[in-house]
Design a protein around this ligand. Structure first.
Ligand code: ADP
Ligand code: MG
Length: 619
């Protein structure tokens, strides 16, 4: 099935020249570039490894920025050596809560820049330097001018701002972005699961250095779709290293609380080498000094698996959550795909196998699998191969609109496959209302205050009508790259207003998780809050309608009736200041008796007016 159609206005001048497209895994710690040549996808090596450290050194004023292994040499020059720009991409300064050694320039609301000896460098610029290095490396291995563009992978959790920042970096590096692709989707493409099976569910388990991502993909009728994503943005190989370091400290009969930070980080670095050795052999002999206490101990994989049990357990819990979200049972999984350097560990592979009762797919190098999949997708895109799959991603959080009383009305629920377009019709709240404020909201809670406002825009020029008569159709459209456009149209007049939602900064993964978790935790209390707000909105609407009727028809009521109605309107207004639904319900009920009477008086008058001047014989 070929659904990805890329038109190519700048076709190569020589139609017989082979065209290439790159697959780029722009990782937090490592980046890779892969390309399909003669039908085979390969990651291009830098020396003996295809992993390019995602590191840029800006310390030398008179030279160009230094990228990759050459930059690692300067790792001790903390402020000038940027080692995890990806974590800063598309984020505001106020979003950056994790510790880092950099001096950041900029104000709270914008993406910060690293202050270096070569001046201020934004995370986008740093990523662009890495991308340019990858591009030049690939260009050197391919015929001149044969690179048509690149597919760049991003974590499934990346929001709009983070994706936009990634695209901006590619453009700055002189790369044409064919597509941003979610990392798990790329891994699944690498395994070509579409070619082996017609149909099935696949779980992608990605345990890297600092993050754990899990995604559930479904393949059906040649269409590939991400059903659900989840994970933990602060769980990975680094935690494994720390657990081993703490185990070593305890083995030396020392208290981890007494060991200082620099000694702990030295131990964590050593722990990483023992851990990696245990991926090749079953035990390692460790001999070292911790705070002047000698330690000599043998560590084997069985002990390792006990030490890192908390990490394993948490990854498996995330897997369960994702399967719940996708409503896919363990028994309905066709395969599990392992991604990320940490899945080289036999203890991780064994734990996954034991949990799911099946051997996971790990024949493709888990470091390279994402870049390889991206290169296959890129190749399909430029060659418009018949094999090209429809690659669907999902929205990580629900998107909605703020309605009266500060309620969040979901328009696109989370985990909806994209691209997607959803419409909903809203109406006016007040008589004669000519404008409407549209608040675009993201999150899982019922009240806007507990979600996140993404954007706000206004629709003007609605013709004045009675409350509830105008019809404003609001459309949310997310394109294949995850970019959201919101538009509003008043259907009787065709007045349109629209906005492309690209906030200058996005949500951190932690914040996304918090919003998700909050939705689960607060479900019951949210329901009560929603019911209270709905009651209040109803009371306000009733008061407004009565106010408007009184302006026109007050003379139809006797003084007593008028006073009574006013009294109950005031009582309802007072009840609204409480947050007690029962009190408000009671006030509305009391008010209704009088307002119903008023309504029937008005109706009678309208009927009489309609009949005035006509004779019975005319009927
Ligand atoms: P990321 O995608 O987060 O940049 P990677 O997928 O490159 O991370 O994984 C990096 C992690 O993989 C590090 O914690 C590293 O220690 C771990 N790792 C790499 N090789 C091995 C190995 N042979 N055995 C165990 N862990 C490994
Ligand atoms: Mg990775």
């Amino acid at each position: 099935m070929s659904l990805l159609q890329i038109s190519e206005p700048n076709q190569s001048k020589n139609p017989h020249q082979h065209r290439y497209a790159l697959g780029i895994d722009l990782g937090t710690t490592h980046s890779l570039v892969a390309v399909v040549r003669s039908g085979r996808a390969n990651a291009l090596p830098f020396g003996d490894s295809p992993l390019l450290p995602s590191v840029v050194y800006y310390g030398n004023k008179s030279s160009a920025p230094v990228v990759g292994n050459a930059a690692l040499v300067y790792a001790d020059d903390l402020k000038n050596t940027i080692i995890s720009a990806k974590r800063f991409m598309g984020r505001a300064k106020s979003d950056i809560k994790f510790s880092h050694p950099y001096t950041l320039a900029g104000n709270d609301k914008t993406m910060p820049a690293f202050v270096t000896a070569q001046g201020e460098k934004s995370p986008v610029e740093t990523s662009a330097h890495i991308l340019k290095h990858l591009k030049n490396h690939a260009a050197a291995a391919l015929p001149p001018d044969s690179i048509q563009g690149a597919v760049i992978t991003v974590p499934a959790y990346f929001d709009d701002a983070q994706r936009t920042a990634t695209k901006d970096a590619a453009t700055a590096a002189g790369l044409t972005v064919l597509r941003l692709l979610n990392e798990p989707t790329a891994a699944a493409i690498a395994y070509g699961i579409d070619k082996n099976t017609a149909q099935g569910n696949y779980l992608v388990y990605d345990l890297g250095g600092g993050t754990f991502d899990v995604s559930l993909l479904r393949l059906s009728d040649g269409v590939f779709e991400v059903l659900a994503t989840g994970g933990n943005s602060a769980l990975g190989g680094d935690d494994i290293d720390r657990l081993i370091a703490n185990w070593l400290i305890k083995t030396a009969n020392l208290n981890p609380a007494d060991i200082d930070h620099s000694e702990k980080s030295r131990l964590a670095k050593l722990a990483k080498t023992y851990k990696q050795a245990l991926s090749e052999q079953d035990s390692v002999l460790i001999e070292l000094n911790i705070a002047n206490t000698p330690v000599s101990v043998s560590l084997d994989n069985a002990t390792l698996s006990q030490i890192i049990e908390p990490v394993i357990r948490r990854t498996l819990q995330s897997c369960e959550q994702v399967m719940l979200d996708a409503k896919v049972d363990k028994s309905a999984l066709n395969d599990i795909i392992l991604v990320g350097g940490s899945t080289r560990m036999p203890v991780i592979r064994d734990a996954v196998e034991a949990h799911f009762g099946r051997v996971p797919l790990c024949s493709i190098n888990p470091d390279e699998v994402v870049a390889i999949g991206a290169s296959i997708a890129a190749d399909q895109l430029i060659n418009q191969s018949k094999d090209a799959l429809l690659l669907l991603d999902v929205t990580p959080l629900s998107l909605g609109i703020e309605t009266m009383g500060g309620l969040m009305e979901v328009i696109i629920p989370r985990n909806t496959p994209i691209p997607v377009t959803r419409r909903q019709v809203f109406t006016t709240h007040q008589d004669g209302q000519t404008g409407m404020i549209i608040q675009v909201v993201q999150g899982e809670r019922d009240t806007v205050a507990d979600c996140r406002r993404l954007a706000r825009f206004e629709l003007h020029g609605i013709p004045p009508m009675k409350a509830g008569l105008a019809r404003v159709e609001v459309t949310y459209a997310i394109d294949a790259n995850g970019q959201l456009t919101v538009s509003a149209r008043e259907t009787t007049t065709d007045i349109v207003s629209q906005i492309q939602v690209s906030p200058s900064y996005g949500l951190s993964e932690e914040q996304q998780e918090q919003l998700l978790q909050a939705g689960f935790i607060h479900a019951a209390e949210d329901k009560a809050a929603r019911m209270l707000i709905e009651t209040k909105v109803e009371a306000e609407r009733e008061l407004l309608a009565l106010q408007s009727a009184l302006t026109d028809f007050a003379d139809l009521l006797s003084d007593d009736e008028h006073a009574n109605l006013r009294h109950h309107m005031q009582a309802t207004t007072d009840a609204l200041t409480t947050d007690d639904k029962a009190v408000i319900d009671q006030a509305i009920k009391a008010l209704k008796v009088h307002s119903d009477h008023f309504a029937s008086v008005i109706m009678d008058k309208n009927v009489k007016d309609a009949l005035a001047g006509t004779r019975t014989s005319d009927w």
